[in-house]
Design a protein around this ligand. Structure first.
Ligand code: C2E
Ligand code: CA
Ligand code: CA
Length: 857
């Protein structure tokens, strides 16, 4: 900021110095006559008549080259000077170069007689003067044969400065034209500065610029008044105005400079003490302005000069002080104000005759204030630029912040609508799209598909979670690209970078939407896609089977809102059909989750309380003895409309916590059945009851069973608890602990549905079981499927090795029964004998059996 300012300042100095150099020629052409003076401290003693004055003694001679300057005194001063005689007639001008003198009377004596007279001074209107100029000018002509002498009487209430010069006429005009040029430059600069800053102020409404324009105007006014320029120019007929503007100009210049300095240096924020001083000085100068209207000229002049001194000192002092305190603009201020002070000091020193008169010293104040004006203008312009830069920067950073926020919002949106792991759109996006499609294209049929990976748990258990995450991500990519090829598929989301055709509904569940009619017409393509999905995933060189299972629900057949359609697709996926074939369409028969499931829970609670439930019995046949060895008790809800299966009852009970009272009820009923069987003459029959894995998780369950049996010791060893293999696998450690404590109380345990899950042999080996029941799914097609035969045979052998008895479930025909007998199976259960039936019917069936056996025997 300082550099351009300094450059301009130097330029200004050079320009003015150039003007100065030319002026030297002119100054050489004025005449320097010897000047005598006489002071009359008592004005009453001073003569009025020049001829009288001329006769007086006691004249003093001014040292050559010095002009008269007596400071502030109200003496009457008489000056006397002889015009050098010349060989030819000449036109000359006498100049009194100080415009503030109140009364100047010039007498030209020619050969000791008054030949001319001028009554002038700034209390006289300009019209009195022969030449309209701030200085008192007296033009005259000298003849070679006469002697010329000037007698000049001066009286003033200001500074008694009387610089007298005698000029050759041409030289004088040459001289003032130079000075006018210099003034034109000076006032031009100041006026430009004023208007520039005024415009900036109007554009920016920043008070500093206004103060600066005012301060510069203050200087312009002060200088022009001091130099007397305002007088002939603005109010030549009004000496009062001239004198009054003289009184006003100093406090006005001070006032505006103080206002400017305060704003420019930011004193009110940076320095409370200095600020208070500056405000005080402002008030003082305001008082001086007021005083100029109330006090007489002398008193007012003294007051404004008295106040100007501390104001000036303050204005000079705050610059370096603030600079020292680290205020940056203070550097420029100090510099600028320093130049003005220096210039003023030069002029003052010149006035007092301490330094020789030349352009630089004569016009030091002007040069100083012009440089100050330029410097500060450049400074302010730089500041303007900097402020604009700062504003632009602030605006830009605001924009950047806004952009960052927008990005963050986008990211949040993105996160809110995407699965963090697979990066696919999430359930919310999927539902949104589906809702949109259902409303927009309500005349079309939309198929909502979900695909669930069946093998993810196994992958996690084998490879750990991090690998599972990666596998999921790859699977998501695969699904997305396979779905893209589905006929009639809709994109779930489309942006510049991706198009998603699949969504992540849960971590291992994906969703897609296709136009049902298009898909139906291209079944082959659908099957190909399913095949592509089903292919194992190549991961770290392993071929991982994902075991995807799909369920599909179609609008409007299965529902009209996203919630229902997605739910029904899930239901279809859970179905046996889906598990077997990899894909199933929704069918109401799949839907154990139907709408009245919630009411089912409360009616089940009611049924349990009011003994509406019943246990049906299904016999277990010992293949060796061909005798019924025991019964399995299976839950039924007779009279319930619509009918509810045992699976459903158990599922609802498990979900609602009813399983705890239900199992207790079943156990008690089981003992009752046992009691009845004993009474009916079948003491050897065991009673098997099914226990839910939830029961195994209850802390006090084994204790409850133990108490129950302690109160019925006669049935010990004849009440068997069946626990499904898969249920134990969900929580192997706890199940094992519960089974062990049940085992220690002497209760025989049976592993149900063996072969339907994936339990490891090593785990089965540790179970404290007496019996293993091979799942119906392995038995159903036993006579047809050789593979199943291999599995069943291996299971039988293995279980025998471990000391377990083997029961085959779901035996529906005699061929299978015989086959199982050959394979060494211990017991069978199934429709081949009888479906589960109520106690009464079972007892009748037993009697029938006994009767037919007797008939055979
Ligand atoms: P489960 O323990 O495997 O019971 C055997 C199921 O096979 C019974 O179905 C029975 O009716 C059926 N079944 C028997 N022989 C044949 C056959 O030859 N062919 C066919 N297709 N099915 C046959 P149910 O009674 O519907 O019971 C289903 C499941 O509900 C049971 O499977 C058992 O896990 C559970 N369950 C039943 N009652 C209870 C209970 O009181 N408590 C608990 N926790 N679960 C029970
Ligand atoms: Ca069972
Ligand atoms: Ca079973």
């Amino acid at each position: 900021m300082l550099r351009p300012a300094l450059f301009l300042a130097l330029l200004g100095v050079c320009l003015l110095a150039a003007a100065d150099g030319r002026d030297d020629l002119a100054t050489q052409r004025h005449i320097e006559p010897a000047i005598d003076y006489r002071l009359f401290p008592d004005a009453g003693n001073a003569p009025d008549d020049p001829l009288v004055a001329a006769q007086l003694d006691g004249w003093h001679r001014l040292p050559p080259g010095r002009s008269a300057n007596f400071g502030y005194r109200e003496d009457v001063a008489w000056f006397r000077l002889d015009v050098p005689t010349l060989p030819e007639a000449r036109q000359q001008i006498l100049e009194i170069g100080y415009p503030q003198l109140d009364s100047v009377r010039i007498y030209l004596l020619r050969d000791d007689r008054v030949a001319g007279q001028l009554d002038s001074g700034d209390w006289q209107p300009m019209a009195n003067r022969p030449l309209q100029h701030p200085h008192v000018l007296y033009p005259y002509t000298v003849d070679p044969d006469s002697r010329y002498r000037f007698l000049i009487r001066v009286q003033t209430s200001g500074a008694l400065q009387v610089p007298i010069t005698v000029w050759e006429r041409d030289a004088f005009f040459d001289h003032i034209s130079r000075i006018d040029q210099a003034h034109a430059v000076y006032y031009g600069i100041l006026i430009t500065v004023i208007f520039f800053n005024l415009f900036v102020f109007l554009a920016m409404r920043e008070a500093t610029y206004l103060y600066y324009a005012l301060a510069t105007f203050g200087y312009l006014f002060l200088m022009s008044t001091l130099r007397g320029i305002t007088y002939p120019l603005l109010w030549p007929d009004n000496p009062w105005m001239q004198n009054h503007s003289m009184m006003l100009s100093v406090p006005l210049a001070m006032l505006f400079s103080l206002l400017f300095a305060r704003a420019f240096l930011g004193l009110n924020q940076r320095s409370p003490v200095l600020d208070r001083l500056v405000r005080l000085a402002i008030i003082a100068n305001l008082l001086a302005i007021l005083g100029s209207f109330l006090l007489d000229y002398n008193a007012s002049m003294r007051l404004s000069v008295a106040l100007a001194i501390p104001s000036c000192l303050l204005l000079t002092g705050i610059g370096p002080l603030e600079w020292w305190r680290g205020n940056r603009p203070a550097r420029l201020y100090t510099f600028a104000w320093g130049l003005l002070t220096l210039g003023s000091a030069l002029t003052a020193a010149n006035k007092y005759g301490w330094i020789p008169s030349n352009f630089l010293t004569d016009f030091g104040m002007e040069i100083g204030s012009a440089l100050e004006a330029l410097l500060l203008t450049v400074g302010l312009a730089a500041r303007l630029y900097q402020e604009r830069e700062e504003k632009v920067e602030a605006r830009e950073s605001q924009l950047r912040a806004l952009e960052a926020r927008r990005q963050a919002e986008l990211r949040m949106m993105e996160q809110a609508l995407h699965n963090p792991l697979t990066h696919l759109p999430n359930r919310s996006s999927f539902e949104l799209l589906l809702q949109d499609l259902l409303t927009r294209e309500s005349d079309r049929r939309h198929a909502v598909g979900i695909v669930q990976l069946g093998n993810l748990d196994t992958i996690t258990r084998t490879l750990g979670h991090q690998n599972t995450d990666r596998v999921l991500e790859l699977a998501a990519q695969r699904f997305n690209s396979v779905c893209r090829d589905l006929p009639g598929v809709y994109s779930v989301e489309r942006d510049a970078r991706h198009t998603f055709h699949a969504a992540s509904l849960e971590s291992a569940t994906f969703g897609f939407i296709v136009d049902a009619d298009t898909a139906q017409s291209q079944r082959r393509r659908i099957i190909e896609c399913l095949e592509a999905i089903r292919a194992p995933l190549d991961y770290l060189g392993m071929q991982l089977p994902l075991e995807p299972v799909a369920g599909v629900a179609v609008s409007p057949d299965h529902g009209n809102d996203p919630n229902t359609l997605i739910r029904k697709a899930y239901v279809a996926r859970e179905s046996l059909e889906a598990r077997e074939r990899g894909l199933a369409y929704y069918h109401p028969r799949h839907d154990s989750y139907s709408a009245d499931r919630l009411t089912l829970a409360s009616s089940l609670r009611e049924a349990l309380k009011s003994d509406q439930l019943a246990l049906y019995l299904q016999p277990k046949l010992d293949l060796r003895t061909r005798q019924v060895a025991g019964v399995e008790a299976l839950i039924r809800w007779p009279g319930r409309e619509p009918a509810v299966s045992a699976d459903q009852i158990v599922a609802v009970a498990e979900q609602t916590g009813l399983i705890k009272p239900l199992t207790r009820w079943v156990l008690e009923q089981g003992l009752g059945i046992r009691e009845a069987l004993v009474r009916a003459g079948y003491p050897e029959l065991s009673v098997s009851v099914n226990v839910s894995p939830n029961n195994l998780r209850e802390q006090e369950f084994p204790l409850f069973v133990q108490r129950l049996l302690t109160s019925h010791p006669q049935h010990a060893g004849k009440l068997i608890l069946e626990v499904t293999e898969t249920s134990m696998m969900l929580d192997p450690a706890n199940s094992l602990r519960a089974l062990r404590s049940l085992h220690y109380t002497g209760i025989p345990l049976s592993i149900d549905d063996f072969g339907s899950g994936y339990s490891s042999l090593s785990y089965i080996k540790r179970l404290p079981a007496r019996e293993i029941k091979i799942d119906r799914s392995l038995i159903t097609d036993l006579s047809e499927l050789p593979e199943d035969r291999v599995i069943v045979q291996t299971t039988i052998n293995m279980c025998h090795d471990l000391g377990y008895a083997v029961v085959a479930e779901g035996v529906e025909d005699h061929a299978t029964l015989d086959l199982l007998g050959e394979m060494g199976c211990d017991m069978v259960q199934g429709y081949v004998m009888t479906p589960p039936q109520p106690m009464k019917d079972f007892l009748a069936w037993m009697e029938d059996q006994a009767a037919s056996e007797q008939r055979r025997a």
